[in-house]
Write a protein that binds this ligand. Structure first.
Ligand code: SF4
Length: 472
């Protein structure tokens, strides 16, 4: 008896359509832009309705437990979607797929998933799709690690005027609560010439702002020899004509050297904004987190930043309720928040990530205590944010306009060089422009303003400044 051959799927126009859902951080967003770029190069078009799309990709994140739960909930829902749209190919990729137990769960419990790939081999999507079309069989292909970064992938950027540029992948730090070193592998830096070319090409296409991405940008180049480092990279990129703003994320406090701070201060295109995730203010907790700095180091770095970079905004990340965190430890965190005067913070309740050392530490903190502490933490942070934002009242700031406001199509929203969100009345035609805006109402989380006649201003003259008085 002859074996039946699996049917080769013939793609019609409807099948050549896709939708990507991205969970997690900017690195994932940038990966999704590359996946989208590859698909569009193959002739695929975006289709927002999953009931009509030929391919849906879930690009997952595993930093927090509830992100995992959301992804599984999403995958579950595709059982029904596939009943309405039986030709749909469902692909799942990203950080969660770097965990063998999660892949195993998908393979055994979620037959609706057709393709599984990881963070190191998403560039293989075109071949995987092709193989799937030919064989009609589920494909699971996850590389454990990679010591190279695939260059020259087409990137389908969300905004024409600003873009992410990944400068390195991976992390060597192994903070005890974090899953990233297990999902993104060890640090691998891109060659500076490659980064320079990518940024220069973006600028030639009309981009004015780039955000350099890495888990720890301050250790950029450690794997490339003495001359290659983050400070030098900033200085090189600062020479690109017509580039207006350089941002970066994220800076590990232990690697934020004076050389990097000097480069930020001296490069006029580098925004006077630093996201410095301290996670805790208690030296004892920081040790348990394996962060390799103390409370004194934090205060010293923040002091150096403020002395050298005028008008700088500093934001942070905080984890509340790390195992063993006592009331005294928590009070140390509140003290550091007050002393550092952070513009704002992303605050997180500690959540167990299976496979990390902190998951099995003694003295896990009850949820009620975590919630009580985070509320106290937010009270302090919001008071400081409100006070800092009041200093913008009646000032004129340079805003890069990003989009129309979600709640009101007659208003625009954009960001200052210090990362403050500014909302003001305006036309969609202003999106992508750098405008001078006078702040009329400073609120805790954003600023309201009004566009001032642009002929009265010279945006370039205030490239790395504090807000300037409206009448100066
Ligand atoms: S520095 Fe720490 S928190 Fe950041 S990605 Fe690396 S291990 Fe995770």
């Amino acid at each position: 008896m002859s074996k039946k051959k699996p049917a080769q799927r013939i793609l019609n126009n409807a099948s050549r359509s896709f939708r990507i859902f991205t969970f997690g951080c900017q690195m994932n967003e940038n990966d999704s832009e590359k996946i989208s770029g590859m698909l569009k190069a193959l002739g695929y078009v975006e289709e927002m309705d999953v009931n009509k799309a030929g391919l849906v990709i879930l690009n997952t994140c595993s930093v927090r437990e509830n992100a995992d739960e959301r992804v599984f909930g999403n995958i579950g829902a595709y059982k029904t979607v596939k009943k309405n749209n039986p030709d749909l190919i469902l692909a799942v990729c990203g950080c969660m797929m770097q965990q063998p137990e999660i892949v195993n769960q998908i393979v055994t419990k979620y037959p609706q998933v057709d393709l599984v790939f990881g963070t190191h081999n998403f560039h293989q999507l075109p071949q995987m799709l092709n193989n799937y079309m030919v064989n009609g069989k589920r494909l699971v292909e996850v590389w454990e690690d990679s010591d190279t970064i695939i260059e020259d992938l087409p990137v389908d950027r969300k905004y024409p005027f600003k873009g992410f540029v990944t400068i390195m992948n991976g992390c060597n730090n192994f903070c005890t609560y974090c899953i990233v070193p297990y999902t993104r592998g060890r640090e691998v830096s891109r060659q500076p010439e490659r980064i320079f070319s990518e940024v220069a090409a973006l600028v030639a296409d009309g981009c004015v702002e780039v955000t350099l991405l890495g888990q720890n940008v301050n250790s950029y180049g450690n794997d490339l020899g003495d001359e290659v480092n983050f400070a030098n990279l900033l200085r090189q990129l600062n020479t690109i004509e017509k580039l207006k703003r350089i941002r970066f994320m994220t800076s590990h406090p232990k690697d934020l050297t004076d050389a990097v701070i000097d480069a930020i201060a001296e490069c006029d295109k580098v925004c006077n904004y630093i996201h410095l995730p301290i996670q805790s203010g208690s030296s004892r907790v920081l040790k348990a987190m394996n962060r390799k700095y103390t409370q004194d180091d934090i205060l010293n770095r923040v002091d150096a930043i403020r002395k050298k970079i005028p008008g700088v905004a500093i934001t942070t990340d905080l984890i509340v309720g790390f195992p063993g965190e006592t009331e005294e430890d928590f009070l140390e965190t509140l003290k550091v928040i007050e002393l550092c005067h952070f513009d704002s913070a992303f605050t997180f309740l500690y959540s167990i990530r299976t496979g990390t050392p902190a998951a099995t530490m003694a003295d896990q903190i009850p949820d009620s205590v975590k919630h009580e502490r985070i509320n106290r933490c937010l009270e302090v942070l919001h008071r400081i944010s409100h006070d800092i934002n009041q200093t913008y009242q009646n000032q004129v700031v340079e805003v890069l306009v990003e989009e129309t406001s979600r709640n009101n199509p007659e208003r625009l929203t954009g960001r200052t060089r210090t990362g403050k969100v500014v909302n003001f009345p305006g036309e969609p035609g202003d999106i992508g422009k750098q405008l001078m805006v006078k702040i009329t109402q400073a609120k805790t989380f954003s600023l309201d303003g009004e566009k001032i006649p642009q002929e009265d201003t010279d945006g370039a003259a205030h490239s790395n400044d504090d807000p300037i008085p409206a009448n100066s």
